[in-house]
Design a protein around this ligand. Structure first.
Ligand SMILES: [Zn+2]
Ligand SMILES: [Zn+2]
Ligand SMILES: [Zn+2]
Length: 282
């Protein structure tokens, strides 16, 4: 399973669209890994996680042909994860040839309802599948289990356990705060070949419970290790960072690296398999 994190920033991007804090100033001056677009991942070139407003440039910069997509997992309806109108470009007037396959879009009902409201899906090669927490969805290439995120009390938000046909299984944990005990017990019965976890707040814990800070991410890794769900060599990758955390990429990397956690950047890619973990690509 090849996982590429196309976007690793929080909602307003990094530098923040309208922010001029020291982290944003440093990002504008330095570029490189200090530029983060909105949350976005692609697996094996066919399974996309979330549909952010930056998808066009992410596809160009990573030489992706999105015509090959077969699955789109949507975590929740927030703008940085779901920009439904991008879907219209699959349709007539925007492509010279119809797409070869139907795109299966999987998500919680509030996100799917937003797509239905904003796009006329009857004219598009898509089908929508509602995901529910703790329910397994079996598709041709992947088995998907949604788990309930702790993110926005006004709507159901999901994270995903994604299992490929060869048994490789990963946890995609964004956006979320600290999971409920019920979710933890479910996760502790699983085995993961990689974990992608959000780290929105970086080194600044706040009272807001809908995102994780780096100390919670470190504890998340320890807890999964204690449960035997991962081992010390399992790639554990932090993503969805906000500049509001006050630390630049190198500072995040210095702390997270001490705990064996990879600080993702836009374009970060890793390949994992059930029998052969830990092959970072770039
Ligand atoms: Zn987000
Ligand atoms: Zn800023
Ligand atoms: Zn969100």
């Amino acid at each position: 399973m090849k996982i590429t994190l196309l976007g690793t920033g929080a909602a307003e991007g990094w530098p923040g669209l309208f922010c001029d804090c020291s982290v944003c100033q440093y990002a504008r001056a330095t570029g490189g890994k200090n530029i983060r677009s909105r949350a976005s991942a692609i697996i094996d070139g066919v399974l996309k996680v979330d549909l952010p407003p930056d998808l066009h440039m992410q596809a160009v910069q990573n030489s992706l042909n999105l015509r090959e997509l077969r699955y789109l997992l949507v975590t929740h309806s927030h703008d940085d994860h779901l920009c439904p109108t991008e879907l219209q470009y699959m349709g007539q007037w925007f492509t010279t040839e119809a797409l070869p396959e139907t795109l299966r879009i999987v998500g919680p009902s509030p996100a799917l309802n937003r797509i239905r409201r904003e796009v006329d899906i009857s004219r598009l090669p898509v089908c929508l599948t509602t995901a529910l927490p703790d329910h397994l969805l079996s598709f041709e290439d992947y088995r998907i289990t949604a788990i309930e995120a702790v993110h926005d009390p006004s709507q159901l938000c999901l994270n995903y356990i994604i299992k490929a046909q060869d048994g490789t299984q990963i946890l995609y944990a964004s956006d979320t705060g600290w999971y409920t005990e019920t979710t933890w017990q479910f996760l502790e019965r699983q085995e993961f070949d990689a974990v992608i976890a959000e780290c929105t707040k970086g080194p600044i814990p706040t009272e807001y419970t809908g995102h994780l800070d780096m100390y919670q991410v470190i504890e998340m890794k320890s807890r999964l290790q204690r449960a035997g769900s991962i081992n010390e060599n399992t790639p554990f990758v932090a993503t969805h960072f906000s500049h509001m955390g006050g630390a630049n990429h190198e500072q995040l990397e210095a702390v997270l690296g001490q705990h064996g956690i990879i600080t993702a950047f836009d374009g970060y890619s890793l390949t994992v398999s059930h029998s052969l973990p830990l092959v970072p690509a770039r």
